[in-house]
Every structure is written in structure tokens, then in C-alpha cells.
Design a protein around this ligand. Structure first.
Ligand code: ADP
Ligand code: ADP
Length: 227
């Protein structure tokens, strides 16, 4: 369960507060698939980063899995993040010097998962995503769509309950984008993984169940997607 209560975020510049998020109050329940939409500069990425505990709000209360995030020590926040959250980025953020298999394995090293277990989990996910043949290639040897599959595989390997995705298809052709959205929908519906994505795409948003429309840091509308 995610509860945001009156979240504000501002950057001070010469004593002037520039608000990026204002009065953001909402809840996100397990199993939801939420899209955050709004114009450039509306605060979408900031909201996603707050949800992922990568940025702290200036004011307000964020409860994640029953914990008040602002009260957590850094080490505990990182532990919660590694346990529950998989992050997917528009520009993939794969490590160029590491192979596909090594990129996917990385979160398991951080979590100190043992070698045999790491190997089997990586093999499983390569198989599931149909990218076994690519495992020893480097990211720059893959198409954008393939790189994003690797990015999602890496986000999933540690078995998160929530995927946070910032414009996950922003760099992809439309057919590749639809494949990624189909995959998200499947993860959401078949595995109950909560998905929160930032997107500019109306089409992408129809894959989810709910749209938060953000404007100037404010949630202007909380829309249910009709299926
Ligand atoms: P969006 O994802 O909707 O495009 P962002 O969350 O990236 O919006 O940014 C919202 C606003 O916050 C922008 O006006 C941006 O300039 C401002 N902003 C983001 N990060 C910083 C920062 N570190 N310092 C100052 N302003 C920032
Ligand atoms: P508590 O307040 O006791 O932590 P929660 O309702 O926060 O209980 O969570 C109960 C369980 O449900 C957690 O162990 C967590 O794994 C799962 N869970 C909670 N929120 C989410 C979510 N948004 N998406 C997926 N799983 C969740």
C-alpha cells in the first residue's frame, strides 16, 4: 500500500520556492496499474522518484508498505527499495561494459543472493523473455526494444511487488512499445505486480486501470480507465 498525504516538493532559489509537487494526496493499492500523465515539467518524474524513495518530499507524509518513509534511515530505505521496487528507465540505464546476463544479475548481487540462486533466476528470466540467445551480448549490440526488455528483466529479477517506469517506451518504435505494454499488462494481471508508469502516450495509458493527471505539480484528475 502506498499513501501520499499532502506531499509537497519545492526547490528554493534565492529565497523563492519553486513548487514541483503541491498537495499531492492519493493512495495506490496492491495490483493497480497506474499511469501518471501531464505536460513536460508537471512534476511526473519527481512524483515517480518520490514513490521510489529516490527523492524526499519537502513536506507531507509518504507511507510505503506501512512505513513512514521520512522517518526511515537511509539503510532501511535502500533495503525497502531493493526488496519491493523495480525501476525501469526511458533510456534503459544498462551498464555498457556488462553483458545482458550480467546486467540482469546485478540487483541480485546487491541483495546478496547466493551464486546458484542467481544463476537460476537469471536463466529463468532470460528464458521467459526469449532472450537466451542474447545473454552474452553487450547492450550496444541490441535494438532499443531488446534493451528495454533487458531493463525490465533486470527490474523483475529481484521479484519486486512494484514496478516504477519512467516513460518506458519513450525511445521505442510503436510496435516495440506495444510489446512492452503487453508485457506490463501481463505482469500486472497474471502476477499481481503493481505498475506505476509515467507516460505521454494515450495508448500506453489504456493498458492501465487508472490515470493520474498532473498539472503544475497538482493532481488535477484521478481517472478510471474503462475497459
Ligand atoms: P516532468 O517529469 O513532468 O517533466 P519533472 O518532475 O522532471 O517534470 O520536473 C518538474 C519541475 O521541477 C521542472 O520545472 C524542473 O525544472 C524542476 N526540477 C526538477 N529537478 C530539479 C532540481 N534538482 N532543481 C531545481 N528544479 C528542479
Ligand atoms: P503493512 O501495513 O502491514 O505493511 P501493507 O498493506 O502495506 O501491510 O502490505 C501487506 C503486504 O502486501 C506486503 O507484504 C507487501 O508485500 C504487499 N503489498 C503492499 N502494498 C503493495 C503494492 N502496492 N503492490 C504490491 N504489493 C503490495
Amino acid at each position: 500500500m502506498i499513501t501520499l498525504s499532502n506531499i509537497e516538493k519545492y526547490y528554493s532559489n534565492k529565497g523563492i520556492k519553486n513548487y514541483v509537487l503541491r498537495h499531492v494526496t492519493t493512495q495506490i493499492h496492491p495490483g493497480e496499474f497506474v499511469s501518471i500523465m501531464g505536460p513536460s515539467g508537471a512534476g511526473k518524474s519527481t512524483l515517480l522518484n518520490v514513490l521510489g524513495m529516490l527523492e524526499q518530499p519537502t513536506y507531507g507524509k509518504y507511507e510505503f508498505m506501512g512505513e513512514d518513509v521520512s522517518l526511515l534511515k537511509e539503510s532501511k530505505r535502500i533495503e525497502l527499495y531493493r526488496h519491493h521496487i523495480g525501476f525501469v528507465f526511458q533510456a534503459y540505464h544498462l551498464i555498457d561494459e556488462m553483458t545482458v546476463a550480467e546486467n540482469i544479475e546485478a540487483p541480485l548481487l546487491y541483495k546478496k543472493v547466493g551464486g546458484a540462486e542467481r544463476k537460476s533466476r537469471v536463466a529463468d528470466i532470460l528464458d521467459r523473455f526469449n532472450i537466451v540467445a542474447k545473454k552474452d551480448l553487450f547492450p550496444n549490440q541490441l535494438s532499443g526494444g531488446q534493451q528495454q526488455l533487458v531493463g525490465i528483466a533486470r527490474a523483475l529479477v529481484a521479484q519486486p511487488s512494484i514496478i516504477l517506469a519512467d516513460e518506458p517506451t519513450g525511445n521505442l518504435q510503436s510496435t516495440q512499445a506495444l510489446q512492452i505494454m503487453d508485457l506490463f499488462k501481463k505482469l500486472n494481471q497474471e502476477e499481481g505486480i503493481t505498475i506505476i508508469q509515467v507516460t505521454h502516450s494515450e495508448v500506453n495509458a489504456t493498458y492501465g486501470s487508472r490515470i493520474l493527471h498532473l498539472l503544475d505539480g497538482v493532481i488535477k484528475e484521478d481517472e478510471a480507465v474503462l475497459t
